[in-house]
Design a binder for this molecule. Structure first.
Ligand code: NAP
Length: 240
C-alpha cells in the first residue's frame, strides 16, 4: 500500500518549484491532489504529469491565494470532487531581496500577503473539513530565514518567522483534535524563484525540490499519533 493511498491533498504553489515537486511526490504515493497557483498552463502541465505517471488523480484549480474567496472556493471544490481534505501544503510564495533602506513599504505588500496572510487564510479555510473528519495535516512551507538572520531578507524573513509563529500557535490550538500542523524550513532550493533574484548562491549546491518533497512526505505520511512540527532541511554545504 502506498504511503498516501486514499488521502486528498491541496498543494498551493503547485505549478512550479517546491509545490510542484510535493504535488508529484504525493500523487506518486497515492494521494489525490488539488493543484493551486495562478498559472493555468503550469497547473495543466503538472496535472498531466501526474496522470501520465500512472493514472494519479489531479485537479488543476487556478487560484490566487491572496483572494480569500478563491481560497474558500479551492477548498470547496476539492472537498466536493474528492470528498475529503486530508493534507494542506502552503507552498505558494514569493521572494525579493534587498536591504531595508533600498525598499519602499509598498514593495513589502506582495510578500506579506502571499507568504503570510494567504498561508493563514488557507489554513483557516481547511479547518472546518479537517475538524469534521477528526484528521488532517497542515504543512506550512516557511524557510531557514525564519530562524537565521540573512542580510537583505528582512521583509521575507518577517513573513517566514511570522508563519513559523503562526504554525506553532495553530498546532497548540488544534492539539488533540486529530489535526496536526507542521512547518518546513528549507535552506536554498534550486527553483525558478531564484531566476529573478540577484546575488544567487551557487545553484548546483542548493537542495533540489525533490529533497523538500521527501521532507514534506515524511510530515504528511507519519501515523496519526506522531506529529513532525518543525523541520529544518539544509543543503549539506550550509545555508548558502
Ligand atoms: N527556493 C528556495 O530556495 C526556497 C527556500 C526556502 C523556502 N522557500 C519557500 O518555498 C515556497 C515555494 O518556493 P519556490 O522556490 O518553489 O518558488 P517558485 O518556484 O517561484 O514557485 C512559487 C509558486 O507559488 C505560486 N504563487 C505565487 N504567488 C501566488 C499567488 N498569489 N497565488 C497562488 N500561487 C502563487 C507560483 O505560481 P503562479 O505565479 O503561477 O501563481 C508558483 O507555482 C515559497 O514560500 C518560498 O518562500 C523557497
Amino acid at each position: 500500500m502506498k504511503a498516501l493511498e486514499g488521502k486528498v491533498a491541496i498543494v498551493t504553489g503547485a505549478g512550479r518549484g517546491i509545490g510542484r515537486a510535493i504535488a508529484l511526490a504525493f500523487a506518486a504515493e497515492g494521494a489525490a491532489v488539488a493543484l493551486a497557483s495562478r498559472s493555468r498552463s503550469d497547473l495543466a502541465e503538472v496535472a498531466g504529469e501526474i496522470r501520465a505517471a500512472g493514472g494519479g488523480r489531479a485537479l488543476a484549480i487556478p487560484t490566487d491565494v491572496t483572494n480569500d474567496g478563491a481560497v474558500e472556493a479551492l477548498v470547496e471544490q476539492t472537498a466536493s470532487d474528492f470528498k475529503r481534505v486530508d493534507i494542506l501544503v502552503t507552498a505558494a510564495g514569493t521572494a525579493a531581496f534587498a536591504s531595508l533602506a533600498d525598499t519602499k513599504p509598498a514593495d513589502w505588500d506582495v510578500m506579506l500577503s502571499v507568504n503570510l496572510r494567504a498561508a493563514m487564510v488557507c489554513c483557516r479555510a481547511v479547518l472546518p473539513t479537517m475538524l469534521r473528519q477528526g484528521e488532517g495535516t497542515i504543512v506550512n512551507v516557511a524557510s531557514i530565514a525564519a530562524k537565521r538572520a540573512l542580510p537583505g531578507s528582512a521583509v521575507y524573513t518577517a513573513t517566514k518567522a511570522g508563519l513559523l509563529g503562526f504554525s506553532r500557535v495553530l498546532a497548540e490550538e488544534l492539539r488533540n483534535t486529530g489535526v496536526r500542523v507542521g512547518v518546513l524550513m528549507p535552506g536554498a532550493v534550486d527553483t525558478p524563484l531564484w531566476d529573478t533574484v540577484g546575488g544567487t548562491p551557487p545553484r548546483d549546491k542548493m537542495l533540489r525540490p525533490e529533497d523538500v518533497a521527501r521532507a514534506a512526505m515524511l510530515m504528511a505520511a507519519l501515523p496519526p499519533h506522531a506529529s513532525l512540527e518543525e523541520l529544518t532541511l539544509l543543503p549539506s554545504g550550509g545555508i548558502l
